[in-house]
Design a protein around this ligand. Structure first.
Ligand code: NAP
Ligand code: MG
Length: 488
């Protein structure tokens, strides 16, 4: 990657010196097999696909593509492990394995962070400070619950379900795997996980960690592939529970597929979060929160604050501050520690974003993009915002999953509640105000699973996460996250 990928810092007027994270300590195979029954198994399909680095378009590794037969093998291995070992093991012993996985993840945190950034394009600052520590934190947290389920659900005699099929997206690959595997193991279930096609590598590194932890063979199986592999997991007759995180479109397909079966389902789907700034808010702090909510991780966040509502009296000030801050964002090499905005995850996703930019302009929106340069190779989108929009515009209603902010104004509290709720989604929201009473008034009336007050994108394993409406159902994280893996 060329050094010129670093944008000018307009605050200082100086170029930032490149500070790339080293890749010398990472260990990757040229080719990965499927992780089934504790072993690396060649795919029945005989097929492999390349996973690339979206910042350079270079191939990183070849990865096995699992077909229905492979998925069947994985489910059989998970069932056997469930029947023979995992369901019989004392819960405190299960907890020890989960703790061990958490500690091994911490030991390998730097390697995992670099691989996550290379495979998915997200800034190293984010994978290093958010994805990997939070993934380990989820294993630590759920390890603690393993032998306390009777205290979590007193007098209800919780029991495990059996085999859980889990399907994850590309935006937080290892973290989403942790959100799913850790509670499944703590509740005594075994797992078949299908990571996203464009970002399978950290799940495969997790398989190595799982081997090293001594977890009994078959308790966790990892089958790589694309949508068809995910569908094979969903449709397998011997899977007791499906946990899916991804788009609302695929979520609907899955819900149809499991209708009429005994499978339990949780769906964590898309979002179109409202970030609301009142005139009494600390504006600089709010602008930083808006930036964090939509531009960090390139807007590849289900709970991204992709709609901004600014109270009319402070609109000009907020817009000026927002544009100033956009100019100081460093766009480029995701492995550079200075980078704020990395690469778009795939060519397809970039095409989707570009299409929305076109639609936004056609609908009469006024587009503003930060004045940065982007590298010649790789997939990039400059931090973008649209003004002059109306509620019915597609870029206001639909999830873009890119660094694109739709800015609108409001005058009264009731008006902004109505506008914020005017979307098919209901995953998250942010409210910026000096008045606690206003905050609680809003949170009570907004249809969103997570609402942040005077902050944004804060996560913790103890806190449940999930949506309303087309953002899905079921909760992951916290005590609530145990329930979908249990019967009573
Ligand atoms: P996606 O296209 O729905 O894919 C998600 C996963 O499902 C991938 O592993 C995908 O495989 C697989 N898949 C595709 N078609 C399938 C089918 N017919 N049956 C079973 N599995 C299938 O979503 P994405 O583009 O990866 O991720 C972005 C979406 O995830 C956004 O909408 C975002 O809001 C949402 N998301 C939600 C949350 C949340 O907690 N609510 C968190 C993160 C992301 P391949 O991709 O390998 O083909
Ligand atoms: Mg990749």
């Amino acid at each position: 990657m060329s050094k010129k990928t670093i944008a000018i810092n307009f605050d200082t007027g100086w170029d930032l010196n490149p500070a790339p994270e080293s890749t010398s300590h990472i260990q990757l195979n040229e080719q990965y097999q499927l992780f089934i029954g504790g072993k690396w198994v060649k795919p029945e399909s005989g097929k492999y696909f390349a996973t690339i680095n979206p910042a350079t378009e270079e191939k990183i590794a070849m990865v096995a593509e699992a077909n229905e037969k492979d998925v069947d093998k994985a489910v059989k291995a998970a069932r056997k492990a469930y029947n023979d070992v995992w369901s019989k093991m004392p819960a405190a012993e299960r907890g020890k394995y989960i703790y061990r996985i958490a500690r091994l993840m911490q030991e390998k945190a730097r390697e995992l962070a670099v691989i996550e950034t290379m495979d998915g394009g997200k800034p190293i600052r984010e994978s290093r400070d958010i994805d990997i520590p939070l993934a380990a934190a989820h294993f630590f947290y759920y390890a603690g619950w393993a032998d306390k389920l009777n205290y979590a659900f007193p007098n209800r005699h919780p029991q495990s379900l059996g085999v859980a099929g889990q399907i994850t997206p590309w935006n937080f690959p290892l973290l989403m795997a942790a959100w799913k595997i850790a509670p499944a193991l703590a509740t005594g279930n075994t797992v078949v996980l299908k990571p996203a096609e464009t970002t399978p590598l950290t799940a495969l590194k997790l398989a190595e960690i799982i081997q090293e932890s001594g977890l009994p063979d078959g308790v966790v199986n990892i089958v790589t592939g694309a949508g068809a592999t995910g569908a094979a997991v969903v449709n397998h007759k011997d899977v007791d529970k499906i946990a899916f995180t991804g788009s609302t479109g695929v979520g609907k397909i899955i819900q149809n597929a499991v209708a009429g079966t005994n499978k339990k389902v949780t769906l964590e789907l898309g979002g179109k979060a409202a970030n609301i700034i009142f005139e009494d808010a600390a504006l600089d702090q709010a602008v930083e929160g808006i930036i964090n909510g939509i531009y960090f991780n390139q807007g590849h966040v289900c709970c991204a604050g992709s709609r901004l509502f600014v109270q009319e009296s402070v609109y000009d000030t907020v817009l000026r501050k927002l544009k100033d801050r956009m100019e100081s964002l460093v766009v480029g090499n995701p492995l550079d520690k200075n980078t704020d905005v990395g690469a778009i995850n795939s060519k397809e996703q970039l095409a989707t974003i570009h299409n929305y930019l076109k639609i936004g302009k056609q609908e009469g929106g006024e587009m503003y993009q930060s004045n940065c340069s982007t590298p010649k190779k790789g997939y990039w989108c400059k931090p973008t915002l649209f003004t002059n929009l109306s509620q019915s515009n597609r870029i206001v209603q639909e999830e873009i999953f890119g660094p694109v902010l739709a800015v609108q104004t409001f005058r009264t509290v009731s008006e902004v509640i109505e506008k914020a709720n005017n979307t098919p989604f209901g995953l998250s929201a942010g409210v910026w105000t000096d008045k606690g009473s206003k905050l609680f008034n809003l949170t009570a009336q907004m249809r969103a699973g997570i609402i942040w007050g005077n902050t944004y994108n804060k996560f913790d394993p103890t806190s449940p996460f999930g949506g309303y409406k087309e953002s899905g159902f079921g909760r992951e994280g916290g005590l609530h996250g145990l329930k979908p893996y249990l019967k009573f």
